[in-house]
Design a protein around this ligand. Structure first.
Ligand SMILES: [Zn+2]
Length: 463
């Protein structure tokens, strides 16, 4: 048993070294795949040795940001988190992270696991990890070709419940009725979080909204307030289901546009309140911050300390990341589904009209192969507010067409399939100002490769 684990670690480490030497990339999943072929339970065996246990983070949007935030908070308190790389959120990616962290005898260097887990992988991976805290952020229509309907995902979470630890802390976004419904059958202590600030509510449910009808009785939900996508203060007039009482509440919000936001976090049980300032923009990031703070509290981090750590956090790779290029600032904001895209548009347009935006759309597996979701994006927001749109990526043509239908004049849309030329052109049009770049996942990797060639960013696995 032990020698099989040792062999799995040795082979996994050798694979990581080899894949780096051969330039295959960061070795984010292949070492884990190799290690699991030798010892199928490598995730369970290694995660069980982490002194402070593990936290898993699941949901369509915000996993990477929330996991990085939580890692930053616990690091500020002297702990050593082990976490998987952005996007490497299947079992192999988690195994890779654990193998990289362990020494050859399987002793971990880190003391706390923080793992992003793909929505559909939750029931398979979570029982092996036996986390002390599970964070559920949201469910959006994302990569439907890969997962099927979101209802099926919610069902998967519930059915995984039998394998969860009974003392689990379930940190869940109560403003998302789908999440609230999906976690209701899980064991352990439920810690619901949400926003309470009518001044920043949106007047009506956006057309991208997923959860219009109650999952228990089919009646249309009534929203007292909506904040982001289908999230808000909801209730069902049919069966009486409603947003659970919040344990962690974000209130007294002061959005600072693209530069972040400031708000108060209130903890019901202790009556504690802490003022939080973050450079992460948009209401969607208020949810991510709340989730990270609530998870940190479940690990015993004082509320004040968590809030202080949030203030010194700088965003992960492609999530509102700032990259200086020749004295100008490039701001990368990942887009991957309609609700997230809309929120990003709101943020970048919040300071007034822009000379240019760069949009980069790919349709590789990590982006989702089906780009029909672009038609659910409220691209109309850009009409009259972005003087130019430079469009690149494998599906630049689809995005350009969407922008035409959204009312942008033909000569305001420039299609430039080559990433480097698109970036250069957009920087020229930005005329010394900040350039907003809105890429899908693999388009972001491609644009970052260009920035790396220009000497503006470090390599993927060095970040
Ligand atoms: Zn109902």
């Amino acid at each position: 048993m032990r020698s099989r684990l040792t062999a799995a670690i040795a082979l996994g480490k050798a694979t990581a070294t080899l894949s780096r030497a051969l330039g295959w990339g960061g070795g984010t999943t292949v070492p884990g795949r190799v290690a699991r072929a030798v010892e199928p339970n490598v995730v369970g065996l290694l995660s069980a040795r982490l002194r402070l246990g593990s936290v898993v983070v699941a949901g369509t949007n915000g996993k990477t940001t929330t996991a990085h935030l939580l890692a930053h908070i616990v690091r500020a308190l002297g702990r050593s988190p082990v976490h998987n790389r952005a996007g490497a959120n299947l079992a192999a990616g988690i195994a890779s992270a654990l193998v990289a962290d362990a020494d050859v005898l399987g002793r971990p260097r880190g003391d706390l696991g923080i793992f992003e887990v793909d929505e559909a992988t939750v029931p398979r991976v979570v029982p092996a990890i036996a986390p002390r805290t599970a964070v559920f952020l949201n469910l959006f229509r994302d990569q439907l070709d890969r997962y099927g309907e979101i209802d099926a995902i919610a069902g998967l979470w519930r059915s995984g419940g039998a394998g969860w630890a009974p003392d689990l802390v379930v940190v869940a976004n109560a403003d998302d009725p789908l999440v609230a419904d999906a976690v209701r059958g899980l064991p352990g202590r439920l810690v619901p979080f949400g926003i309470e600030d009518e001044r920043h509510a949106r007047p009506a449910l956006e057309h991208t909204a997923e959860a219009r009808y109650c999952y228990r009785c089919g009646t249309a939900y009534i929203y007292g307030a909506t904040y982001f996508g289908h999230m808000g203060r909801w209730r069902c007039p049919g069966c009486g289901a409603a947003r659970p009482q919040l344990e962690f509440t974000a209130c007294d919000l002061a959005p600072l546009g693209p530069d972040g936001s400031e708000f108060a976090v209130r903890e019901r049980e202790t009556g504690g309140v802490a003022r939080v300032r973050t450079v992460l923009p948009g209401l969607y990031n208020v949810y991510n911050v709340l989730a990270a703070v609530a998870a940190a509290r479940s690990l015993g981090v004082p509320l004040d300390a968590a809030a202080r750590a949030v203030a010194s956090f700088t965003p992960a790779f492609g999530r509102a990341e700032r990259v200086p290029v020749d004295g100008r600032e490039v701001r990368l904001l990942l887009v991957k589904n309609p609700a997230g895209f809309n929120e990003v548009l709101r943020v970048v347009l919040s300071e007034g009209p822009l000379p240019v935006v760069l949009i980069a759309i790919n349709d590789q597996t990590a982006d989702g192969r089906d780009v029909s979701w672009l038609w659910d994006v409220d691209a109309e927001m850009l009409a009259g507010r972005a003087a130019r749109a430079v469009v690149t990526g494998l599906r630049a043509g689809d995005m350009a067409l969407r922008l035409r239908y959204a009312g942008l004049p033909r000569d305001a849309i420039e299609v430039e399939p080559a990433y480097d030329r698109a970036l250069k052109r957009a920087l020229d049009l930005a005329a010394g100002g900040r350039l907003y770049v809105l890429p899908t996942y693999t388009a972001m990797l491609a644009l970052r490769a260009v920035l790396r060639r220009w000497g503006a960013v470090r390599g993927f696995w060095a970040t």
